[in-house]
Design a protein around this ligand. Structure first.
Ligand code: FES
Length: 107
């Protein structure tokens, strides 16, 4: 019998500046980003209260937790929100795969 191979890590590529990191499943995009210095936490420190960690997920959104109502409410206060917008402190990596993220505007 052949067992399906499940990856317990995800590869996250941040653009501007371009940096790639392999991270364990279960951490947030903000935690992944902070490990590289690509994105810093907003003024709230990662509690979904400032919008400063706005990112756009260009690929791999299916490997992330879905946005909660609280996150969507906070995104409503962020400049130039798009369909791909997420708050990095709230988007948790839930499956292995390739994720590409660009820093969003915070206005
Ligand atoms: S760090 Fe403040 S909302 Fe994410």
């Amino acid at each position: 019998m052949t067992m399906a191979r499940v990856s317990l890590r995800a590869r996250v590529t941040f653009r501007d500046p371009a940096v790639e990191v392999e991270v364990p499943i279960g951490i947030t995009l903000l935690e992944a980003a902070m490990s590289t210095g690509a994105v810093t936490a907003g003024t709230c420190g990662g509690i979904c209260a400032c919008g400063g960690c706005h990112v756009r997920v260009e690929e791999g959104a299916q490997y992330l937790s879905t946005a909660t109502e609280r996150e969507e409410d906070q995104l409503d206060r962020v400049f130039d929100v798009r369909q791909s917008s997420r708050l990095a402190c709230q988007a948790r990596i839930i499956a292995g795969g390739d994720i590409i993220v660009r820093k969003g505007d915070i206005g």
